[in-house]
Design a protein. Structure first.
Length: 298
């Protein structure tokens, strides 16, 4: 049975106090204080801990296709579009998982997120021809954050339509190497991932609230240190892959991904550093060739 979200419990508590406080001005002030305190904690402490160099932002505030609401989960954070029925970006940090970490049994059902307006469900994808593709991966979330992290990764706000050859082969390979290879190489790596939409809008036949992406991106970034700028590696992978291509085939830069998604990443990074890092294509420091053609471990 899924545990109740602490955010939901707090919301219910504040709602109950608000109803009681309507006839008691002093209690009303207490409720307002609690509400402001909760909001301050969320925006100033909880969210920044899950973000590297600021939250992603829309490049064009007037473009409703790039509007999103920020939802915080155990181990990851995301920008969800109720209009598109997709997370537009999902961010999480990776460190090497302990070798003796026991695997958790994979849930057999995805859960509707109580925070979503469109109420996308497990059944929304049935007979659609698309897999339920994780953005924050089950493997990493379960190994680093336990059952709570795994459960949150199975919320439908973390899911987007992926063709099976992408989801079960190439995407899975990349998810494995990011924690088993990239994270070990640098000790800690930040990841931002999400869908790319272009051309004609296409939606799931089984649920018209869910738009089908044309491609997916993953951005990896190391943390900056004194006299050591961050290093980035980015991938742009179309839905049409056969699943056996080398990972190196899909390397791109962050500038290209920003142009195609309409989203600005790493908004608080020093401007000159940001310009260099986001324009660069540097797979060599990531030792990509070592894992580019490896088959899935599963």
């Amino acid at each position: 049975m899924r545990k109740k979200s602490p955010t939901l419990s707090l919301f219910k508590l504040l709602l109950g106090l608000f109803c009681l406080s309507r006839k008691h001005p002093v209690l009303m002030l207490i409720v307002l204080g609690l509400g402001l305190g909760s909001y301050g904690y969320e925006v100033k402490i909880a969210r920044p801990a899950l973000l590297y160099q600021g939250a992603p932002q829309s490049l064009d505030a007037k473009n409703i296709d790039t509007w999103f609401r920020i939802l915080r989960n155990r181990g990851f954070i995301l920008g969800y579009s109720d209009l598109r029925g997709n997370p537009l970006w999902v961010e999480y940090a990776l460190i090497p998982a302990a070798e003796n970490t026991p695997p958790l049994k994979r849930p057999n059902h995805f859960e509707t997120d109580w925070r979503s307006i469109n109420r996308v469900s497990h059944e929304s994808y049935q007979k659609s021809g698309y897999d339920r593709g994780h953005m924050a991966p089950n493997y990493a979330m379960s190994h680093l954050y336990g059952r709570e992290g795994q459960a949150d990764s199975f919320l439908m706000t973390n899911i987007t339509p992926q063709k099976s050859k992408l989801n079960q082969q190439l995407w899975q390979r990349l998810e494995e190497e990011e924690i088993k290879h990239f994270a070990k190489l640098f000790g800690k790596v930040w990841v931002i991932t999400g869908p790319v939409f272009s051309g004609t809008v296409e939606r799931l036949s089984s649920d018209l609230t869910v738009e089908i992406p044309d491609a997916f991106y993953k951005i990896y970034m190391t943390e900056a240190a004194p006299n050591k700028p961050p290093i980035a590696l980015a991938f742009l992978i179309p839905q049409t892959v056969n699943g056996k291509e080398p990972l190196a085939q899909f390397v791109t830069n962050i500038d290209s991904i920003e142009a195609q998604t309409g989203i600005d990443f790493f908004t608080e990074l020093d401007d000159r550093m940001e310009s260099h890092v986001e324009a660069a294509i540097e797979p060599l420091p990531w030792d990509l060739q070592t894992v580019s053609k490896l088959p899935s471990h599963h």
